[in-house]
Design a protein around this ligand. Structure first.
Ligand code: ADP
Ligand code: MG
Length: 357
């Protein structure tokens, strides 16, 4: 049995309107899925039912073995508090309570350590110095981070986030998505609603709703690592072209359409995005060097050994470079007598096998 089983979920608001129509899918424990689809397609309705905030007209949701469509009253409240952390697009903070009071309000198992725990949760989202601020004294991004702290306070298994970055600027979007990435890594099951395909790509799996029907369950992109390699390559190229090590996003045309992947790369310690500019972190630079080395050696190999034309060798190399292990790369380098430049004249980064000089 899966951690979450959604079976034939239907929600009817009026005779003519099915907000959800026989929706079925499963989510495994620790999985991160994105729910995508245009406005009005039933995403929020689905989330509210998953979180026990609304009931289906028919069908059921089994979460961690519990049929939540059968819960009511105290059982339902307890289920929500114990298992679910909700993050909404519209924040839903109580306006006359401070940040720490808003978080404490969500605490279900009250104890003497309430305040300390709430303060810790806020520190975790980077708001350790904003405990006594009212929502009106916080920016949108800060308010959303209070909501993430609130969602975490009961250590729920499942984080449900309904367009959590819908009202945020890019920097705060990155921060909030970074927090979700971290939570997923810690083992929480994450379901996030978004219509931003870039954010959807951060998830391991996407489901899509159209007019209340599940139209597509798409697998995670098999080539995430290759995409990261390509983006590292783009940063490297930009550095070569400009001779600078700190890149404005504009100088890397790949940045804008791949913001979420760059964010993922920052999370993984490959690049730094702190100031809005892009720089390599040491790990990223080492990986980029190796990617470039594989790419340019592949180009040399294809040109010299297989006589492939210089004008098209780039795309051929792009196909084989990802499959080269460090050992094979060294063999190719040695076979080609440690060439210094690619067929287009750009330098090939040196490797372990290359003569020192
Ligand atoms: P999404 O979150 O994908 O934008 P919703 O789940 O909010 O979509 O809404 C799906 C459909 O159900 C829409 O057509 C919306 O107008 C309708 N709907 C949502 N909530 C209600 C409600 N309480 N009463 C009547 N219709 C509703
Ligand atoms: Mg919605």
């Amino acid at each position: 049995m899966s951690f979450i089983e959604v079976e034939g979920l239907t929600k009817t608001y009026s005779a003519s309107l099915n907000a959800l129509h026989h929706v079925s899918f499963t989510v495994e424990k620790g999985e991160w899925i994105a729910v995508m689809g245009p406005s009005g397609s039933g995403k929020s309705t689905l989330m509210n039912i998953l979180g026990g905030l609304d009931t289906p007209t028919s069908g059921r949701v089994i979460l961690d073995g519990l049929d939540i469509s059968r819960l009511s009253g105290n059982d339902l409240a307890r289920f929500r508090a114990e298992k679910i952390g909700f993050v909404f697009q519209q924040f839903h903070l109580v306006p006359y309570l401070t940040a720490i009071e808003n978080v404490m309000l969500a605490q279900y198992f009250h104890s003497l350590s309430d305040e300390r725990e709430a303060a810790e949760a806020l520190a975790r989202v980077g708001l350790g110095d904003r405990l006594r601020h009212l929502p009106s004294q916080l920016s949108g991004g800060e308010q959303q981070r209070v909501c993430v702290a609130r969602a975490l306070i009961n250590q729920p298994n499942v984080i449900l986030a309904d367009e959590p970055t819908g009202n945020l600027d890019e920097v705060n979007e990155a921060l909030v998505m970074g927090l979700l990435t971290e939570l997923h890594r810690e083992g929480h099951t994450v379901v996030v609603v978004t219509h931003d395909p870039e954010i959807g790509r951060l998830a391991e799996r996407r489901i899509e709703l159209h007019h209340g029907r599940l139209t597509e369950v798409s697998a995670a992109p098999a080539h995430e690592e290759e995409l990261i390699d390509d983006l590292l390559k783009a940063v490297w190229h930009a550095q070569e072209d400009t001779g600078r090590s700190v890149m404005e996003p504009d100088a890397v045309p790949e940045f804008a359409p791949n913001r979420a992947t760059f964010l993922l790369m920052a999370q993984e310690g490959l690049v730094q995005l702190d100031t809005g500019a892009i720089t390599f972190a040491p790990r990223g630079e080492a990986r980029a060097r190796h990617v470039l080395r594989r790419h340019r050696l592949s180009e040399r190999l294809l040109c010299e050994t297989f006589g492939i034309d210089k004008d098209v060798v780039d795309e051929h190399a792009a196909k084989i470079e990802h499959s080269l292990s460090p050992q094979v790369t060294e063999k190719i380098c040695t076979f080609l007598h440690h060439p210094q430049t690619c067929p287009h004249g750009s330098p090939i980064p040196r490797g372990e096998c290359c003569p020192k000089k």
